[in-house]
Design a protein around this ligand. Sequence first.
Ligand SMILES: C[C@H](N)C(=O)N[C@@H](Cc1c[nH]cn1)C(=O)O
Ligand SMILES: [Zn+2]
Ligand SMILES: [Zn+2]
Length: 478
Amino acid sequence: MPAPQEFLNYIDANANSFIQRLSDAVAIPSISGDWAHRNDVLAMADWLNGQLQQLGVETQLSDLGRHSMDGHDLPLPPAILGRIGNDANKKTVLIYGHFDVQPANKSDGWDTEPFTLVIDEKTGRLIGRGSSDDKGPILGWLNVLQYHHENKVPLPVNLVFCFEGMEESGSEGLDELVERESKKGGYFDGVDCVCISDNYWLNTRTPALTYGLRGLSYYKVTVSGPARDLHSGVFGRTVHEPMTDLIALLNTLVGPDGNILVPGVDEMVPPADEEEKAIYAKLDYSISDIEQSAGAAIALSSDKVAVLMGRMREPSLSIHGIEGAFSGAGAKTVIPAKVSGKFSIRLVPPQTPALVDPLVIEHLEKEFAKLNTKNTLKIENLHGGKPWVADHRHWNYEAAKRATRAVYNQDPDLTREGGSIPVTLTFAESLGVNVCLLPMGRGDDGAHSTNEKLDRSNFIEGSKLLGSYLYEIADIAK
Ligand SMILES: C[C@H](N)C(=O)N[C@@H](Cc1c[nH]cn1)C(=O)O
Ligand SMILES: [Zn+2]
Ligand SMILES: [Zn+2]
């Protein structure tokens, strides 16, 4: 059963106020990875909790305890649990999303202030940190709720919400909560399926449903030696320099062709057969899509299937940054005393952090020993998560396919995502139900990057999509 026409009309008629609400959400810089912004993440939890309550959702804030970040003891942001509807004759759908965002500073290269939503009337872009990842999609659910609440129209399904504020920083504390609440009598007991809107279409024109995510293992490698930063004119070529050792170490991790040089990591993944390659060949995607979203002609291959497999079914290793290194303007002639390289590996089945971590540690220690340095090495695993793949023939996906056809008049691409949402597998395993990823944004949204945006049409049509999906679930469940 398609969503009622009044619902679709309501979303169109209220588009401007929905965008205003997105602007209010973007204005809260809820950066989970920066201890100095922890109060903003807490404020964002309060704001979202208030919005849900105003729209008729019964909520509770679930305390996830405390943790330490960069030497600061901090409260973890609470998870927001919500429920609306308790009709035994209806399916119960669990909605997950995250209200924290990646860091952003104008000086990173943004054209506008990252935490002020800018509406570009010419392009229809809504530009601001979190617009696509993941405040826009969360607010899409609020838009759906608002129609039903204001018009006193019962929802076609029961909804249970789980919104967290630490997704961009390893979802600390959430797995335990999900496992506990999935047990008999727990908050999530009775959930029939899960829907997550926290990723992107493959391109800028074809809606997608996503049935796989890569896992992640995130490492911090610290090399230290001198008791303090040193003058390079006085100490250069007289001491072992931590930065030199670290760069040598980082250089042993990945080749310029993307191949992972840590022995055993790439080898763990079986090669794709012709049948699997045909799946990638069929997707609506071209090299210009990746180059358009990357903003430069820098694809690793001109073969579309090779590029798609690199993102969806192969592991990747990325070097993210060096803490403690000189990075300011000017020409400071320092030898940094302690530097930490940060890198992560995106994992695919059958890889897990437990299988890959020992290989990485053994490799780093072996390569460090080859340097014959007197500096010291420390290896830390900051966070991780397993990869996930779902059955896209399940009725949950059928409902999402029907909703996509109803709203976009198009069949969705079936994709596996290169990013990670570690709690996805926890939901699937703890609840024993199907999880469907129903993205709102486009492949060129620039999530985690500068000038992140969500197209107005994706926000509005995406809100219709989320509502339509619920009606299709109710229809299939009859
Ligand atoms: C796909 C999702 N929107 C996302 O961005 N996930 C992050 C999760 C993460 C893990 N460590 C830090 N962030 C990602 O894939 O990077
Ligand atoms: Zn996200
Ligand atoms: Zn993200």
